[in-house]
Design a protein around this ligand. Structure first.
Ligand code: ADP
Ligand code: MG
Length: 521
């Protein structure tokens, strides 16, 4: 499908799409739109992050919606950020049609949202908590809805919204169409689908590779204590850095932002404890590039809709391959090139090995930029800036002062003094902190041991012997490959070689998704 014109869309929709600058449908849109317009089936749509899933459900819903003064569609999203984004995207697709969409989410005035709903709306986009609250207050009524959408369904379930979703579903009528959209398809989604959808179709866009190939993926092996210095080197080396730095915890985010600010970088933090108004402000500043560095936790960064990131930095390597894919999926989008850099401490090498295997991508080792490279990059950048200003011919204002300065001294003396005044020690190697780099190539090899968490413990009747039996029975794991068995009450730890760890996770997690995981230490 090469054009929206082939999809039997209304003139209003085609104008709205062209106003948005959408020329051709994305793969998931080309699958979902005609299918839904043809037979209004229940649909589970799966495609990678950033592939236009929002429009994939919004377009056919807006095209078939029968306005009758009551709420006709409900879209549930896991975060307020996403609720706002989906709302905005839908709003822009409504174009000249007479439809209203309202977003409802926690962390903002409920009175304001109630007022907005009371003005009359056809579509509600919201987070489960606030939606339930408004249902309780009888402000929302879903007894007439024709469309029920779960956006980022995997994330909704990860965040523990199952019961909320089920409760909200109770308030809807039977014969509605249901659409679930998700980047991944854990079993729990199919379970909900089976329970509530009856018949449904799965429309899936296969990822050729799990990660985009426009993103160059590299890693640095750095000691924990050198990470911050390494980060500054990257930021200094890349003069037009515009990216997200991922940390594992809120504390790590705050710490990094504090230190970055102290060194004069334009940065802000994004995590669960940031107020909604601060978050909105930060995101606006980031989009306008007033700040060029966003430091965030995984969850807080969900759904940030910025397409032209130059870099994603995994300041802390994610625990799960899936999270790695999500994180780096934020760069290399919309045809732009991007770089994903992962900081890996020596003891995290096995985690990197697993991510490489699961994502089937090569993440190449590179050295942290050397101080002399950074200084060279800064010099090049300065020269380029000077060229540009001279080309623009826009320095008249300073001519008089320039002549005065040159009256008493040689040009190079004046210039060097000005540079010192402007840059202080920025170009002096000795002013940079050193980083110890491990230069030998120590990629995780299949022989490396990985510590695994197993969700079976004493309460399940486990002892070391029994656990070995379970592993042998289910995965054919030879007992001699298993080391450091520790049986706790509800779970256990084992160490096994990397290749064996993959087999175990593959077999044990087939039936029950999170039976075995890489231990988080
Ligand atoms: P997903 O939900 O799959 O992660 P989004 O729906 O958020 O992706 O879309 C990602 C970006 O791509 C958005 O900025 C959206 O406006 C844009 N987009 C969606 N469909 C198209 C299209 N057909 N052509 C160009 N851009 C599109
Ligand atoms: Mg989405």
């Amino acid at each position: 499908m090469s054009s929206f014109n082939d999809l039997n869309l209304s003139q209003e929709m085609l104008s709205a799409l062209s106003a948005k600058g959408f020329t051709a449908p994305s793969a998931i849109q080309a699958l979902v739109i005609p299918e839904f317009l043809r037979e209004q089936a229940n649909i589970i749509g799966q495609a990678q992050t950033g592939t236009g899933k929002t429009a994939a459900f919004s377009i056919p819903i807006l095209e078939t919606m029968q306005k009758d003064g009551t709420i006709k569609a409900l879209v549930l999203t896991p975060t307020r950020e996403l609720a706002l984004q989906v709302c905005e995207e839908m709003y822009s697709l409504i174009g000249s049609k007479n439809l209203r969409v309202a977003a409802v989410y926690g962390g903002a005035s409920i009175e304001q949202q109630i007022k907005n709903i009371r003005k009359g709306c056809d579509i509600i986009v919201g987070t489960p908590g606030r939606v339930m609250d408004l249902l309780d207050r009888k402000v929302l009524n879903f007894s007439n809805i024709d469309f029920f959408v779960l956006d980022e369904a995997d994330e909704m379930l990860n965040m523990g919204f199952v019961e909320d979703i089920e409760q909200i579903l109770q308030s809807t009528k039977e014969d509605k169409k249901m659409l679930f959209f998700s980047a991944t398809m854990p079993k729990s989604i199919l379970e909900i689908a089976k329970k509530y959808m009856g018949k449904y179709k799965i429309l899936k866009v296969e990822n050729k590779e799990m990660t985009t190939n426009l993103t160059e993926q590299i890693y640095y092996e750095v000691k924990e204590g050198d990470k911050f210095e390494a980060l500054c080197r990257v930021l200094d080396f890349e003069q037009d850095f515009f990216g997200i730095i991922f940390c594992r915890t809120k504390i790590e985010v705050d710490e990094a932002v504090k230190r970055l600010k102290a060194r004069g970088y334009a940065t802000e933090s994004l995590h669960g404890d940031i107020t909604q108004s601060q978050r909105t402000k930060t995101l606006a500043e980031f989009k306008e590039k007033i700040i060029n560095i966003l430091v965030a936790t995984d969850v807080a960064a969900r759904g940030i809709d910025v397409n032209n990131l130059t870099h994603v930095i995994n300041y802390s390597i994610p625990h799960e391959a899936e999270s790695y894919v999500h994180r780096i999926g934020r760069t290399g989008r919309a045809g732009n090139k991007g770089i994903a850099i992962t900081f890996v401490t020596p003891r995290e090498m096995s985690k990197l090995g697993i991510i490489k295997k699961v994502t089937k991508t090569d993440i190449k080792k590179q050295a942290v930029p050397e101080i002399k490279d950074i200084i060279k990059a800064k010099e090049d950048y300065l020269q380029a800036c000077v060229h540009e200003i001279i080309a623009e011919n826009d320095y008249e204002y300073y001519m008089k002062l320039a002549k005065q300065l040159l009256a008493d001294y040689e040009a190079n003396v004046v210039l060097a003094s000005l540079l010192r005044q402007q840059f202080q020690d920025e170009f002096i190697e000795a002013s940079y902190a050193k980083i110890e780099q491990n230069r030998n190539n120590s990629n995780a090899v299949p022989g490396d041991n990985v510590k695994l968490f197993v969700a079976l413990g004493k309460k399940d009747g486990m002892n070391p012997r029994k656990l070995l039996d379970v592993l042998h029975e289910n995965c054919k794991t030879p007992g001699r490959k298993v080391r450091d068995i520790r049986i706790m009450d509800k779970f256990s730890f084992i160490s096994v070689p990397l290749d064996e760890a993959e087999i175990i996770m593959g077999k044990m997690n087939r039936k029950n998704k999170k039976m075995v995981e890489v231990a988080k230490n």
